[in-house]
Write a protein that binds this ligand. Structure first.
Ligand code: ADP
Length: 929
């Protein structure tokens, strides 16, 4: 290989293609793929713009198998449907004259179950990654390993079809290929594990199939590169010597390049800390000139921004350089480099769209840290030094935050602070991030999250104090900075929908949320959103009527529902589905829930849980509109004088009170399932029950409104869910029973019709002496239910190799359990259950080992009661008159669901009434103020 190349000279790869210069865009995850891993248009634009002048763009890694995505928003190449989207990316890059290379991978044990529909991740061996909370993966069997190799081949074939010039096989970042090579993650004793020769077989097999596919497609010059992480810190782990061994073997079979995976091109060993020699120097020294590897170009990455970086890195021994952050900040980086500009990694917070950066990438920690906050850059501060306390667990210290009129100039620990060494390191890293970003909103340091958050809060407190001082000195009323048209209390689905709609109708809106994160209990919603006569139903040929939806909801609610509110609910449901679609939240798949006779539960196309999908879509929309959310801020009282809303008193995380001014308030604080006192007050028999709800479901909105004379309805209507895992209060889905499972007592006997309504099944469990029960199912139920794998991964499930073994492990009498199963299996065969009258989900005999059991008991799930509202979502007083300036939406409201809430109606409720409240409040502000 030539040494010290000039960066604008071409290079020919070993297998034939030529790259016009030495500068490539590095593969960087953007987390911007659609939920199924396909490519959105903004990503096509992002890559197209950045390809200008560069030799090649290596497009971020694409998972080759549905169990492979290692992070949310990952791109996929796991089926042919992905080809057209990827083809648009390849075309956009090639139109700029650059080569288009695609990275392909499988995350293996780095995949979390929530990314793969609750299934257990797979890996060479059932050994979890060495990080806290890592899931124990399932070991791949021999057939699966062969299938995965084929899938890598399929991915190469799709990349060729999509028009890429090559692929980069991702053998780094502790993903599956590295896991096969690593003695930490690969403990197999068959042909795929053992010494390093055997551990290298999987990466070699993937390379072989890539060659075969390229040959078959008559694309023998199709670029095939390999990315590797040179060392592992784990013991045992991959050493630098091991990496060289593998790379040499790969090179012997034919490789166009190897790509170091490093944070900085000049990095030295992470294992031998005494040796400062950059790894690239050790690499060059170690490779003998006659070896195959010596002929393979080497890509370096990390810290390449300016011309000096480029020249130094090439001089150090790399042949090609992959450029990451600089390409994000400067879409025309190559031109700027050639023009000799001196570049710094900073972007103005207002520039996202101009720089063509997809929204999720903008919020990615590394990118976030480069954003210079324009809002705080607008000389909002009074220059000076502000003293703040940082308190987190045992840590108590003081800092000085030095501010100029437009930015943070320094953050120092006060000398008297007694420190532990670990925190000094955390502090230094965070300090750098905050100074670079000129913002406290940077990513926490891994492993020191609590301390990081405490420091971030202290700095943001200094900024807000200083900003107030500035306002006072400039004659600006500080209160005017917090003067709104509409305040929304609560950031669940109802609050977010209300805020977005009010904003779009011209109101200045803020959201107040008591918890540190957005989403409320809505995040836990699983099944979907009910609506009748929707475009999606029509497209699928489902005939439905609003009248039928009304009737069935009324019946489900035991005829206790408020008919006017229910009418509004049913009427507005299809428009709410369309509104979500307009905000790019598409609920196009349709299913059914208990109590409904027609498919009308709308959910994401990939059938994933609706809650997270909905909240992330709504948050995207909030960010596009710059709607503020005040987190860790509790609404304490509504300020109300002379029939007019004046504002809202809030308490922040430091216990400080202030009044936000507003003309209208929307209360969307959710239900009160997590307020045990309130639950016990209205339903004493529920004393001691766990709840499936999040901590913020305290019913505080009801109290806020009652203080102003609001009426409440149906407060004692509290839904309990029969099957809740008690240690975690995690809801075990009805789909397990629906899949064929049974419920048995500790004595090993069935005691009810498991498919009865939630209230009846719950009552039967409570009637047992032990007040809990076991859900029992077999391998067939497990294999057909995604949720079961999630429960296994979460450690809820007791597993027995056969029924007697399960009985032993759950403390039951094996003979009794055997008898129970025999009788139930007979009922299944006859499709008749004389014992308990179960008529549905008699799917198949429970006889396929292994057997599984989850211990459950009922838990408080939903509060149907709440404040009374008009059909226009106005809060009503005890005389049923609207209280001026106040609206409410979501679970805080009572009356819509009557005595029982149907699955799929909670999400419908929050969106329908959230939108209505937002619209009404904004219009009222416009016409009355
Ligand atoms: P819904 O489904 O009705 O939208 P959620 O439970 O999803 O309800 O969201 C309600 C949100 O309101 C939760 O995030 C909760 O933390 C928040 N909240 C509840 N009480 C208050 C309060 N007093 N001040 C601010 N936020 C609150």
């Amino acid at each position: 290989m030539e040494r010290t190349p000039v960066f604008n000279t071409a290079l020919s790869f070993t297998r034939g293609k030529t790259v016009k210069n030495r500068l490539l865009m590095a593969p960087m995850t953007t987390c911007s793929g659609f939920h199924d891993g396909s490519v959105p248009q903004d990503l096509v634009d992002y890559y197209g713009q950045r390809a200008q002048g560069l030799g090649a763009v290596i497009v971020e890694c694409c998972f080759i198998d549905p169990l492979g995505p290692a992070f949310p928003g990952a791109l996929g190449i796991d089926n042919d449907k992905k080809i057209p989207g990827l083809a648009r990316v390849a075309k956009a890059i090639k139109q700029q004259g650059a080569l288009a290379i695609l990275q392909i991978y499988h995350g293996g044990r780095m995949v979390e179950p929530e990314l793969i529909g609750g299934r257990t991740p797979v890996a060479p061996s059932a050994v979890a990654a060495a990080r806290e909370g890592a899931t124990i993966p399932r070991a791949l069997n021999l057939g699966e390993i062969d299938a995965l190799i084929t899938k890598f081949g399929d991915a190469v074939n799709r990349a060729i079809k999509a028009g890429f010039d090559g692929v980069e096989i991702h053998g780094a970042n502790t993903y599956l290929l590295q896991q096969f090579y690593s003695p930490h993650s690969n403990r197999r004793d068959d042909q795929w594990g053992g010494d390093r020769e055997k551990r290298s077989r999987f990466p070699l097999a993937v390379l072989d199939i890539a060659h075969q596919i390229a040959e078959r497609a008559e694309a023998s010059d199709f670029i095939i590169g390999y990315r590797f992480s040179p060392e592992e810190i784990e013991k045992p782990g991959i050493t630098f010597g091991d990496s060289l061994y593998l790379l040499e073997k790969l090179a012997e079979r034919g490789l166009d390049y190897v790509h170091f995976s490093l944070g900085h091109w000049s990095r030295s060993s992470i294992v031998d800390l005494e040796d400062p020699t950059p790894l690239i120097a050790r690499y060059r020294q170690a490779i003998s000139s006659g070896s195959s590897l010596a002929q393979v170009p080497v890509i370096g990455v990390g810290g390449i921004v300016n011309r000096a970086d480029v020249e130094n890195a090439l001089r150090a021994g790399y042949d090609l350089l992959a450029v990451g952050k600089a390409c994000i900040v400067y879409p025309d980086w190559w031109q700027r480099l050639n023009a000799g500009e001196n570049l710094s990694l900073e972007m103005a917070s207002t520039q996202r769209e101009a720089l063509c950066i997809p929204e999720p990438l903008w919020h990615f920690s590394l990118v976030d840290a480069m954003i210079r906050d324009e809002q705080s850059a607008g000389k909002k501060f009074k220059a000076g030094i502000y003293h703040e306390k940082v308190e987190a667990e045992a840590l108590k210290l003081n800092i000085d935050v030095q501010l100029d009129t437009d930015r943070i100039t320094d953050i120092r620990l006060q000398p008297d602070s007694c420190l532990d060494v670990d925190f000094t390191q955390t502090f230094e890293q965070l300090r750098t991030r905050m100074l670079v970003a000129n913002s406290p909103y940077v990513d926490a340091i891994a492993g020191a999250t609590t301390q990081s958050e405490a420091l971030k809060k202290a700095v943001s407190r200094a900024l807000s104090t200083s900003s107030k001082h500035w306002a006072q000195d400039s004659g600006v009323d500080p209160a005017s900075l917090e003067n709104y048209d509409v305040i929304v209390i609560g950031s669940g689905g109802a609050g977010l929908a209300a805020a977005i709609n009010a904003h779009d109708l011209g109101a200045k809106v803020v959201i107040v949320e008591r918890m540190p994160t957005i989403g409320g209990n809505t995040l836990k919603a699983s099944v979907g959103m009910n609506a009748a006569q929707t475009t999606y139903q029509r497209a699928k040929g489902i005939e439905d009527t609003k009248a039928c939806f009304y009737e069935e909801t009324l019946r489900g609610g035991k005829y206790k529902n408020n008919p006017d509110l229910l009418q509004q609910f049913v009427e507005r449901a299809p428009a709410a589905i369309d509104w979500l679609a307009k905000q790019q939240i598409i609920l196009s798949d349709i299913t059914i829930t208990g109590g409904m006779s027609i498919d009308r539960t709308h959910r994401p196309a990939d059938r994933s849980a609706v809650g997270g999908f909905l909240i992330s879509g709504l948050v995207k929309n909030l960010n596009q509109r710059n709607i503020d959310v005040l987190l860790d801020t509790k609404a304490e009282s509504i300020e109300y004088q002379d029939d007019t809303v004046i504002g809202l008193t809030v308490v922040d995380e430091y216990g400080e009170r202030r009044v936000l001014r507003a003309k209208a308030i929307i209360v969307a604080t959710g239900g009160f399932s997590a307020n045990t006192k309130m639950v016990e007050h209205y339903r004493p028999e529920l004393t001691g029950f766990v709840t499936t709800n999040h901590k913020g479901a305290t019913g505080s909105g009801i109290t806020l409104l009652q203080a102003l004379g609001a009426e409440t309805v149906d407060m004692a209507e509290i839904q309990i869910h029969p099957t809740v895992e008690q240690r975690s209060a995690y809801l075990i889905s009805e789909s397990i029973r629906g899949g064929g499972a049974i419920l048995v007592s500790q004595a090993g006997e069935r005691f009810c019709n498991e498919m009865d309504t939630r209230d009846k099944v719950s009552a039967q469990i409570i009637a047992l002496a032990e007040k809990s029960a076991w859900i029992i199912f077999d391998e067939q139920v497990r294999s057909q239910n995604k949720a079961a794998d999630e429960y296994l991964a979460k450690g809820f499930v007791v597993q027995g190799k056969d029924a007697p073994d399960l009985a032993k492990k759950t403390g039951m009498d094996p003979d009794v359990l055997a008898h129970t199963l025999a009788i139930f299996n007979q009922a299944v065969r006859q499709q008749q259950d004389p014992q308990f009258g179960r008529t549905t989900a008699l799917r198949h005999p429970l006889e396929n080992a292994p057997f599984y059991a989850i211990n459950i008991a009922p838990g408080v799930h939903h509060t149907m009661g709440g404040v009374a509202i008009s059909t226009q979502a106005q809060v009503l007083d005890t005389q049923h008159r609207p209280i001026t300036g106040l609206w409410a939406a979501g679970e805080v409201v009572g009356g819509i669901h009557g005595a029982n809430r149907i699955g799929g109606n909670a999400v419908a409720d929050i969106i329908i009434f959230g939108l209505l409240a937002g619209e009404q409040a904004a219009n009222w502000v416009k016409t009355n103020i």
